[in-house]
Design a protein around this ligand. Structure first.
Ligand SMILES: NC(=O)c1ccc[n+]([C@@H]2O[C@H](COP(=O)([O-])OP(=O)(O)OC[C@H]3O[C@@H](n4cnc5c(N)ncnc54)[C@H](O)[C@@H]3O)[C@@H](O)[C@H]2O)c1
Length: 324
């Protein structure tokens, strides 16, 4: 494994991207962050994630650019000597894709195609990218394994993630790009996304507002603490030369019931939630549960942080950041 590499991270001001950047900077890599700081959720938290990196490191550069702007991206690739790409920029969120489908077409499809074309034309050989557990759709066989069929997505978000795995395969097949696709399972933790359940629940309970509990609480998720995801991503970057085209599940390895998750938030906030029990949301899946044995074997992946510990750390961060 080469150290002190230059790694370009798309979506580097995002939740996962900024967390990975910290670990790579800490070990001495040079990091180029590309992010358009869009307002899908409050961009203040994106700016603060970057400020937080600036306090500790100076070996990174921010390009405030949209990955769909090929000319601007091409300039970066022409002037910088890039060793590897970590492609995380995307329009995330399942529910938002029901009302804003073109945002997914734009950032996920066109954005990813641009990144693959840039690798091709600038002779970059290693492409590690974020996929999602949502590609498993409503598959009934549990736990979800990388060998399962994933041809029945439940949302446009999921469809773009599956489509990106296929696009990457084409670039591997035609142009020899080494691709590692990582199917993240519900990532949570400090600096987490304000549109995700843990944040929404914590914020509402802390402010004595009701929370919407979908499918009447009959949901379960394989939640993954952010430092575990970061370990998996860093290992995928380290081992990218060993993998010609591989897809890995990265998950906590244990499915947790939504109501237990909420109870843990209540415990840490010292407050009871006011629950609005609601029917299933279109596009959502009731259960996610991952088989992580492939990542354990080929990436040395081993999730460390329990949901109890992870929620405790999130709530501490939330109270400190929002002064609640
Ligand atoms: N967090 C999760 O639970 C989860 C689960 C499955 C998959 N993923 C995937 O992991 C990746 C990272 O997720 P995250 O939780 O850090 O999300 P995030 O929204 O916090 O980060 C994505 C970043 O990409 C940037 N971005 C979006 N479109 C862009 C564009 N066109 N050009 C430049 N920048 C753009 C955003 O400003 C944001 O900072 C995404 O690809 C997401 O789909 C996340």
């Amino acid at each position: 494994m080469k150290v002190n590499q230059t790694i370009l991270i798309t979506g580097g001001a995002g939740f996962v991207g900024s967390s990975v950047a910290r670990v790579l900077l800490n070990r001495g890599d040079r990091i180029l962050i590309v992010d358009n700081f869009n307002n899908y959720y409050d961009p203040r938290i994106k700016r603060d994630r970057i400020k937080n990196l600036e306090k500790d490191f100076n070996n990174f550069y921010i390009f405030e650019t949209d990955i769909t702007n090929y000319e601007e991206m091409d300039k970066i690739f022409k002037t910088e000597k890039i060793d590897k790409i970590l492609h995380l920029a995307a329009q995330a969120g399942v529910r938002y894709s029901l009302t804003n489908p073109f945002a997914y077409q734009h950032s996920n499809y066109l954005g990813t195609l641009n990144m693959l074309e840039l690798c091709r034309h600038h002779d970059i050989k290693d492409f590690v990218f974020a996929s999602s557990s949502s590609v498993y759709g409503a598959n009934k066989k549990m736990p979800f394994s990388e060998d399962d069929k994933v041809d029945a997505p439940m949302s446009l978000y999921a469809a773009t993630k599956k489509g990106n795995e296929e696009k990457a395969f084409v670039y591997h097949n035609l142009f020899g790009l080494r691709c590692t696709g990582l199917r993240f399972f519900t990532v949570y933790g400090p600096w987490g996304r304000p549109d995700m359940a843990l944040f929404l629940f914590t914020d509402a309970i802390a402010r004595d507002k009701p929370i919407n509990v979908f499918n009447y609480g009959n949901m379960a998720r394989d939640f993954t603490y952010v430092s575990d995801i970061v370990d998996g991503v860093v290992s995928a970057i380290n081992r990218s030369e060993e993998h010609s085209y591989e897809i890995f599940n990265l998950a906590g390895g244990r499915s947790v019931k939504l109501l237990d998750y909420i109870a843990e938030i209540e415990k840490n906030l010292g407050k009871r939630a006011k629950k609005n029990m609601m029917p299933m949301q279109p596009g959502d899946v009731p259960v996610s549960s991952a088989d992580i044995s492939k990542a354990e074997k080929m990436l040395g992946y081993k999730p460390q942080v329990t949901v109890e510990e992870g929620i405790k750390r999130f709530v501490e961060w939330y109270q400190d950041y929002y002064k609640i």
